[in-house]
Design a protein. Sequence first.
Lengths: 280, 273
Amino acid sequence: MVPALLLFAFVVLVPSVRGVYYAFTDWDGLDPEFAFVGLRNFADLTNDPDALQAVWHTLLIAVAITVIQNGIGLLLALGVNTVIKTRNVLRVLLFAPAVVTPIVTAYLWRNLLGPDGAVNSLLGAVGLTSWQQDWLGDPDLALWMIVLVVVWQFAGYSMVIFLAGLQSVPREIYEAAAIDGSGPVRRFWSIIRPLLAPAITINLMLSIIGGIKLFDQVYALTGGGPGHATDTISTLIYKDAFTLGEFGYSIALAVVLTVIVAVVSAGQYTVLNRNERAAS
Amino acid sequence: MNRYTPRTLALEIFMIAVGVVFAFPVYVLVNLAVRAPSDASSPIRPTTAPTLNNFTEAWREAGLGGALMNSVLVTVASVLIILAVSSLAAYPLARSTARWSRGTFLLIMLGLILPFQLASLPLYQTVRDLGLLGSVWSLILFYAGLQVPFTTFLYVAFLRALPRDFEDAASIDGCSPLAAFRYVVFPMLKPITVTALVLNAVSVWNDFFTPLLYLSGSDQQTMPVALAGFVGQFVSDWNLIFAALLISIVPVLAVYLALQRSIINGFAGGLKG
């Protein structure tokens, strides 16, 4: 147990505590001399439109990914959990993007969504030339393109977890309900959904926390641009620390991120745990 | 519901269409990776004169051979350390009812909530002061510590559901606790070890942020950082870039297809644990 604790303390615990301390200083990351500045970094944050916008983007991305990825993942799972002949091939195919490096899929999509990319070619081929545009260059669209790329990559991951949950639904129960004459929607809501509760909990947790911490895809797709239109807390932390040398300020942002993650996880845990118990 | 009806056929056709939509980006990836840069036709049209030149050039220019070796080294070493220390730590945490055991467990679980961004900047300083910047060993150390909470959590949850009878029998037979763990407990942990192995290997292999900080500008790179550097250098030479991306995907997909059942079950395994 000692090696695990030492590693954990050295890599996570001690640096995190030091991080919280640095958030109250004006350290630039290099200078051994730095001053304690109290809450100034946090006060600056509330006056920094870029930071406020990044917090908003982070929450928006996290919620959008959670809803869309799990919605699609669930539909895919229901579609694959049938007697169709291609179910095994589809399961392997749809999950495949989830094992690929996110930065790789993001670079791939950066080209697909570019002005001369495959998405525009496809639109042109079906006669929708008026829809063609620079998908990542439009500040209003770019954020949604990031969501699209993440959903494309991880919908199969949600699907696999839902599938594991669906397979725990005893077939007899499902058939009994069908014989009793309840329709598919009713059967889903009253029988499958409660039994899927553990899978729903895990999926929501994974996608919302992953969405809040999102960095790679934003970095590779837009770099936070155009302007600051897609900056998230994570990309701003990186930029402030390594291109602007504002370590104290950057770590104050990391503290904000930590608080958001903690509040969201605690809230989600409580709500979902209650639902799960109510369902069982 | 077990019969293949016309509605099943309709569903089958629809699901195949969905599969095609999902696979479309991969088609474009391959299509452009085998295309000569001089060919300016539409990216969705099949390449008429495929070439492998992009692959050889990307391999050479991006230093992918070295990056691949580093990624393999970092992933194998980190995952071995993570599995060894986490399973060993989980055993007393799951079995002991002492107060320190519970306290330690909660402390480690705190690590599940702390985002790595918080620790990564101060740790960057420490690593720099130790002169480990630009070395893959800093990464191995980092992942070993970073993944301890999650992996320990998986093991503890699994161990708590496991009967103690075998260990008790082993200790009555005169087995030391460590030997009992090595020969009796660890073999029973195989399912959760597979899950932990798969999840850790994928997240270490794919991680970009940490090597971006610790290895930037050095000659020791992992795949994701080497690719990012390559993209930065050959900004609009997409045929070359796609060849490099494809080279990086092939080993991952090969392992995935060979071990698909274990890998998919590994990802879904947190659910049953």
